[in-house]
Design a protein around this ligand. Structure first.
Ligand code: C2G
Length: 134
């Protein structure tokens, strides 16, 4: 069984996230999503999520491409995750291109896929906010 992993916040789930998850799942037989916790998002990315970790986890677990959701609590856990979950392939959008190549040292394939253009959780928030002001 080929095991794939990806990491992210996945707030305000949108079709860009779904494209990523579908493509990641198509690279293997089992997809693990390491979902950024609320604490990690705020401490490390200064991201205040609209949905809590539990709600974002619930949404991800409802997606046919996702087999397991685990918490992402720090930047350093990836190396250990790859070993602990016997991961064969690591996939991220290409906005992260090159950032995680060190995982190849663990015998893990590292693939960056093109981001879906013109959609992001922050863009959704901004556009909804500006509409509210009309
Ligand atoms: N993504 C995409 N296309 C978009 C938006 C996002 O392909 N239009 C991809 C991102 O490249 C990423 C995944 O969807 O691979 C999740 O995106 P975010 O939730 O924004 O994740 P991010 O905040 O980048 O956190 O340790 C890695 C970090 O946790 C990634």
């Amino acid at each position: 069984m080929k095991r794939v992993i990806t990491y992210g916040t996945f707030d305000l789930l949108h079709y860009g996230h779904i494209n990523l998850l579908r493509r990641a799942r198509q690279m293997g037989d089992y997809l693990i999503v390491a979902l950024s916790t609320d604490e990690f998002n705020w401490r490390e990315k200064r991201k205040q999520c609209y949905f809590s970790y539990e709600k974002r986890k619930q949404l991800l677990e409802a997606i046919r491409y996702v087999d397991l959701v685990i918490p992402e609590e720090n930047w350093e856990q990836k190396r250990n995750d790859v070993k602990e979950y016997h991961v064969d392939t690591f996939v991220m959008g290409d906005d992260w291109s090159g950032k995680f190549d060190f995982l190849k040292e663990e015998g893990c394939e590292v693939i960056y896929v093109p981001r879906t253009p013109e959609i992001s959780s922050s863009q959704i928030k901004e556009e909804l906010h500006s509409k509210k002001d009309i």
